[in-house]
Design a binder for this molecule. Structure first.
Ligand code: ATP
Ligand code: LTN
Length: 335
């Protein structure tokens, strides 16, 4: 085993199994995960405990957890290189979350914009878990002493809170946790809704035309791109006054690697119709091979179970060590 001092930098990230992944999840987070595993020691987690902060249908949540794991494998996560696991399979997450919640202030949790957004959206179920969610996310990250956390821009605030809690704990007890840095992509960190480009694209949006799912077929992708809200000026150009077109340009740029100037040149003098078709095609080109792989993996239940068993064991060993250290430091009786 490599010595602690020589170890590769470590990465942890998670995604909630609250529905099928969107183009936003892909560009903002998941597509980087496979790339990073060459250089880092990576742990990737299906955050099913987090999903309970919003009402779920139990059978659907179980199924979506499997689907999420299969989709992560299909996007290129190699379970031999990385540790892929389901959050509830490693009890240390819930246990450390309690200790961290007791070291997180009510005031700092009240400032979280995701809490404000989600409590407005689910006004009939503003539960304590939705409020303390960042303590669980901090536990996810700090259990593994992750150096880097690849996420979309919407998670930056939770990362800052994680660092503050870790630092506070280190000062109060003794150096225990590595302070994690966010890893946010330059293009596509915030893919916007196709229908309301001032809002982020979200898999739990009630309007299916607002997002593209990673399982959408070519016709659906084309239809949704064609219906995307733009403006009446008809010129492919980015700018604050053109949120719809700018969003489509960012998607196209993220998927093709072309910069904004060359995209403007490519579609100069052409209407939005041609541009939207090109955007749709760039999405189809990336998603179709992933979809084939996804179907294949999902059909192989034994393989998927084996990967998740192995992931739970490997993650559990690492997490257990950190939890024991923490319990000792905070004064839990050891027998
Ligand atoms: P929900 O709609 O249930 O709140 P979500 O679509 O926001 O879910 P999460 O599971 O909360 O997805 O996020 C998984 C990862 O995807 C996170 O790293 C998050 O930052 C990223 N992500 C989510 N939506 C977008 C988006 N529109 N653009 C870029 N990244 C995103
Ligand atoms: N909170 C994240 C999902 C998530 C996560 C994590 C991301 C749960 N635990 C740990 C990075 C690291 C979200 O809602 N997008």
């Amino acid at each position: 085993m490599t010595q602690e001092t020589q170890r590769k930098q470590r990465i942890l990230s998670g995604i909630q199994p609250t529905g099928t992944f969107t183009l936003g999840n892909y560009i903002g987070a998941v597509r980087n995960w496979g790339v990073l595993q060459q250089e880092y020691e990576c742990l990737y987690m299906v955050a099913n405990l987090h999903a309970l902060t919003v009402r779920q249908t139990p059978a659907d949540l179980r199924q979506q957890t499997r689907q999420a794991a299969a989709m992560l494998l299909a996007t290129g996560i190699d379970p031999k290189q990385s540790i892929l696991f389901v959050q509830s399979h490693v009890p240390a997450h819930a246990e450390l979350a309690w200790v961290l919640a007791c070291n997180t202030q009510f005031g700092e949790l009240s400032r979280m914009t995701q809490f404000k957004d989600k409590s407005a959206k689910h006004a009939d179920n503003v539960n304590a878990g939705l409020f303390t969610y960042p303590a669980l996310m901090a536990a996810d990250i700090l259990l593994y002493n992750a150096d880097l956390v690849p996420v979309g821009a919407d998670q930056k605030q939770h990362l800052e809170l994680t660092r503050n809690v870790a630092q506070r704990f280190n000062n109060l007890y003794s150096p225990t946790f590595q302070l994690p840095e966010p890893y946010i992509p330059k293009t596509g960190a915030r893919v916007m809704s196709l229908q309301e480009p001032e809002k982020k694209m979200s898999k739990s949006d009630t309007n299916a035309n607002s997002y593209i799912l990673m399982t959408d077929d070519a016709d659906t992708i084309l239809r949704k791109c064609k219906r995307a809200v733009t403006d009446s000026d008809g010129v492919v150009r980015s700018g604050e006054d053109k949120p719809g077109v700018t969003n489509l340009m960012s998607i196209y740029s993220a998927l093709t690697g072309k910069d904004f100037a060359s995209i403007e040149a490519e579609f100069q003098g052409q209407g939005y119709g041609v541009f939207k078709e090109a955007v749709a095609q760039s999405i189809i080109d990336v998603f179709s091979p992933i979809q084939q792989e996804y179907a294949r993996i999902l059909a192989d239940k034994a393989y998927l179970d084996e990967v998740l068993q192995d992931g739970a064991q490997r993650a559990g060993r690492l997490a257990g060590r950190t939890l024991q250290k923490v319990y000792k430091k905070v004064g839990m009786l050891q027998l």
